[in-house]
Each structure stands twice: as structure tokens, then as C-alpha cells.
Design a protein around this ligand. Structure first.
Ligand code: NAD
Length: 396
């Protein structure tokens, strides 16, 4: 049995977008004597402190911080430090949230293995990568887990907790228990327990599965001079962000890193297409540089009209996701499709593909055959589990 009261010091490494929010919910849980936030960059640390303070105050003003808790009392438990050893030498549970670069994470886990106590659990917030590989140099892979949070962490309910090949059951159980006890403003935390790792776990595996299709569409639109916004409008209604605008939003460089990782680990057909590659070469990385697939003004893409191209539809998107979900079942990553749908809902605030896919898999298999014909992307051939409807046996 794992015991939460043994975890007194909670440390977060990396104080960027994710690290600061993870530290904030750790403070809000009021479970730990100290929450220590470390970064190599002083500015990131002071920005994070301001961000956390503002976030806590806002929640406090809505009366949602919890009984007898105030921003000031919670901030007393926060320590920020640029010194890694100070951050981890007495920590009981450490969450890493540094950039998604395997070599950086491996180097850090080596240092964490050397500098943290033997009993300390090391969690990585990687969005896509192998927990086993990240853990390699740590000297205690049985103490390493994946703990994949979704931003905004104080709001969204989902955390994916993932076992690496050598993760012990005790480590996994502690990660799940801590996850369940971190507050979320949208409701009770939902912990997706993933017993076997695979690139992108559940949410990103399904989400990224549509990327080769969108990358093909993007190149086609470039070649034929079709305005990108018309393509996005086939899938959404502005001001929601369509799939192409989302690449810009998160950063073309990040999208390309992820696609290259999937090309290495899932299928070569994930390799980024021409338009994305050219944008990277030109330094047009999307929202953060003011130009990418779209022009960005004050954090929003410049969209002139809600007109649609009328070439694509949401059914294609869901057909691809259903196929990927069925692959996860085939590979034994998860045991039921309900877990996949619940995870998508908790993490993305949108229904998973099985709810509608249950009744449409035959039609959607034909849609996939059509996509293969048009795009030449053979990865989209419907897998046996989808085509046959065999997945229906894996409800619970
Ligand atoms: P970020 O770039 O916003 O922040 C990373 C921080 O890590 C920076 O402040 C940087 O100074 C610091 N850093 C770099 N090397 C370090 C080191 N060796 N030691 C200590 N600090 C170091 O990145 P992010 O968006 O917060 O992403 C962090 C991780 O979380 C990545 O693995 C990413 O894939 C994952 N993730 C991101 C999101 C998202 O939406 N941004 C969602 C889920 C998971």
C-alpha cells in the first residue's frame, strides 16, 4: 500500500508553461510541506512565481481555494531555486517539465538519480516520449513514471500516468494516488492508468494520428492556392482554432519535433511535409513569431472569413482517430475503449471516437480506404480491429 503522507517534499524541475502550473496545483492540494520549483533560468523562475501568485489569487477571489486556505498561506510552502541539488536532495516526489528533447531529459534523469534520495519517485511530464528511455541513466528505472498533465493544469481533469518497462507497481500506484489528490477546477481528477507505454500515450497518440492527413492537406492547399482558413473552417467554426491553426498555436518547431519522433517510432509517413518544413526553415514558427501558416495579431490568427473549402469533414477526422484507438487496443496499451473515450473527454474536452464510432465503423472504414486512395498514406488503412468491429468486445 502506498502512503501519501510519506511525500512531504514535492519538487518540479522546469518552471515553464507546464512546470509552473504543476507547482500551482501541488500547492493548492495542500498535501506537501514544501513545493520546490527549479529552473536554470532566473527569469523563468520569477515569471513562474508571478504566474502562480496571480492564478491562486484569482481562484481565491472565486472562493474555490478550499477551506482555510489563502494565497498567502499556500505561497509560504513554495520555494523557488536555481540550484538543482537544493531542489532535489530532500525531495520525495519529483516531476520533470523541461523541453521535449530526449538528450536533455536523459541528462537530467542521470543527475536526479545521483542527487535525490533513493526512495524518491521521478516523474516525467513528457507528452510523447518513452519513459523507459528517459529513465535509462537514472540508476533507478523502477522509480520512474510518466505523469502527463494537460494545460491549463489547474482547470483540466486529466493526468495520464504511464509505466515504463521497469516501473514498479508501487511507483505507479503512488503516481496515481498523487494525481487523484491534485485539485482540478473542472471537477474530479481523471487518471488514465496506462500500463504499457507507446508514443503519445492516449491523447497525443490519437490527436497526432491525424497529422499526416492534415500535413497532406496543407501541402495540397499550398500547391492549389486554397486559403488555409477555408480548410480549417471545414472542421471548426471560428473563433475556434482549426487543425492547421493549432500547429501555429503550439509552434511549428514543436509540431515538427513531434512528427519526427512519430516518424521514427510509429510510421515514416508521419514525417513533416513540405509546407511545414519550409515554414521552419524561414523561421515562421506561428503565434510566437507572429507568422506561420497564419499571420498572428495579438495572440490570434488573422481569419478573414468563415467560408469553408467544402473539401473535408469531421467524419474523416474521427475515422482516423477511431482507427488509432483500435490500434491501441490491438497493441494492448489499454484494455477498454471506454478508457480511451473517457481520457479524450477529460483531456481535450471533446468526445472520443468510439461513442459515434460504435455505430459507424463500417462506413468510417470505407472513408479511410478513400483517404488512402486520395493521399497515398497507407498508414490510414483501417486495422482489423476497426474493420471487423472486433473492438466492440472491449467496452469495459
Ligand atoms: P517550456 O519551454 O515552457 O518550459 C521549459 C522550462 O524548462 C524552461 O523554463 C527552461 O528554462 C527550463 N529548462 C530547460 N532545461 C532545463 C534543465 N536542464 N533543468 C531545469 N530547467 C530547465 O516547456 P513546456 O511547454 O512547459 O514543456 C515542458 C514539458 O512538458 C515538455 O516535455 C512538453 O512536451 C510537456 N508538455 C507540454 C504541454 C504544453 O502544452 N506546453 C502539455 C503537456 C506536456
Amino acid at each position: 500500500m502506498v502512503d501519501l503522507s510519506r511525500v512531504k517534499i514535492f519538487a518540479v524541475i522546469g518552471a515553464g508553461t507546464m512546470g509552473r502550473e504543476i507547482a500551482q496545483v501541488a500547492l493548492m492540494s495542500n498535501l506537501f510541506n514544501k513545493v520546490i520549483l527549479h529552473d536554470i533560468d532566473n527569469n523563468a523562475l520569477s515569471d513562474a512565481k508571478n504566474y502562480i501568485t496571480t492564478g491562486l489569487k484569482k481562484i481565491e477571489s472565486k472562493g474555490k481555494l478550499g477551506q482555510n486556505l489563502t494565497t498567502d498561506s499556500l505561497l509560504e510552502n513554495l520555494v523557488i531555486t536555481k540550484d538543482l541539488i537544493t531542489a532535489v536532495k530532500n525531495a520525495d516526489f519529483i516531476v520533470e517539465a523541461i523541453p521535449e528533447v530526449m538528450e536533455l531529459k536523459q541528462e537530467l534523469f542521470k543527475q536526479l538519480g545521483e542527487s535525490s534520495p533513493e526512495h524518491t519517485v521521478l516523474a516525467t511530464n513528457t507528452s510523447t516520449m518513452s519513459i523507459t528511455k528517459i529513465a535509462e541513466g537514472s540508476n533507478k528505472p523502477e522509480k520512474v513514471i510518466g505523469m502527463h498533465f494537460f494545460t491549463p493544469v489547474p482547470l483540466l481533469r486529466l493526468i495520464e500516468v504511464i509505466k515504463g518497462e521497469k516501473t514498479s507497481q508501487e511507483t505507479f500506484d503512488l503516481g496515481v494516488l498523487i494525481g487523484k489528490n491534485l485539485p482540478a477546477l473542472k471537477g474530479k481528477r481523471y487518471i488514465a492508468q496506462i500500463e504499457k507505454e507507446s508514443p503519445g500515450f492516449i491523447v497525443n497518440r490519437l490527436t497526432i494520428s491525424t497529422s499526416p492527413f492534415f500535413s497532406w492537406i496543407l501541402d495540397m492547399a499550398t500547391n492549389k492556392g486554397i486559403p488555409y482558413e477555408k480548410i480549417d473552417n471545414d472542421f471548426i467554426t471560428p473563433p475556434d482554432l482549426g487543425p492547421l491553426a493549432k500547429w501555429d498555436y503550439f509552434g511549428i518547431d514543436i509540431a515538427i519535433d513531434v512528427l519526427n519522433y512519430f516518424a521514427e517510432t510509429v510510421s515514416p509517413e508521419f514525417a513533416p511535409g513540405k509546407t511545414l518544413t519550409n515554414l521552419l526553415k524561414e523561421g515562421n514558427l506561428g503565434r510566437k513569431t507572429g507568422k506561420g501558416i497564419y499571420e498572428w495579431i495579438e495572440g490570434k490568427p488573422k481569419i478573414k472569413s468563415p467560408e469553408k473549402a467544402g473539401l473535408f469533414n469531421l467524419e474523416q477526422f474521427y475515422a482516423i482517430q477511431l482507427n488509432e484507438g483500435c490500434r491501441l487496443l490491438e497493441e494492448g496499451i489499454v484494455k477498454s475503449y471506454k478508457i480511451i473515450d473517457d481520457t479524450m473527454l477529460a483531456g481535450m474536452d471533446m468526445p472520443g471516437p468510439f461513442r459515434a464510432g460504435k455505430n459507424n465503423y463500417e462506413k468510417w472504414s470505407l472513408i479511410l480506404e478513400e483517404i488512402v486512395k486520395i493521399t497515398g498514406i497507407t498508414y490510414y488503412k483501417p486495422c482489423d480491429m476497426m474493420k471487423s468491429g472486433e473492438f466492440l468486445k472491449f467496452k469495459k
